[in-house]
Design a protein around this ligand. Structure first.
Ligand SMILES: [Zn+2]
Length: 92
């Protein structure tokens, strides 16, 4: 997810992260809450391979596209213990 530069006439410029398909022309300025226009710059794609960027993208992706699974992770029943005596305990 690249960041784009926006400029407020009163406060100056600042950067915001947006998806390429959803970048707006104006955003609210964090200083004065006025309208800040996007500056004509290329979206910066720095640190695209970093763990932090992948986490941000994954978190943003789950907001509108939650993962749907048909089984719990691990393929079903998950062993929580290796003690053979625990297998003799009553099961619900
Ligand atoms: Zn401002």
């Amino acid at each position: 997810m690249p960041y784009y530069e926006f400029a407020c006439t009163a406060c100056g410029s600042f950067d915001r992260f947006h998806r390429m398909a959803e970048v707006p022309d104006t955003v609210a300025c964090p200083g004065c809450t006025g309208a800040a226009r996007r500056r004509m710059t290329a979206g910066a794609l720095l640190h695209t391979g970093s763990t932090a960027t992948r986490l941000l993208d994954a978190t943003a992706g789950t907001a509108d596209r939650p993962a749907v699974v048909s089984a719990p992770p691990g393929g079903g029943r998950v062993r929580t213990t290796r003690n053979p005596l625990h297998a003799k305990l009553p099961r619900p």
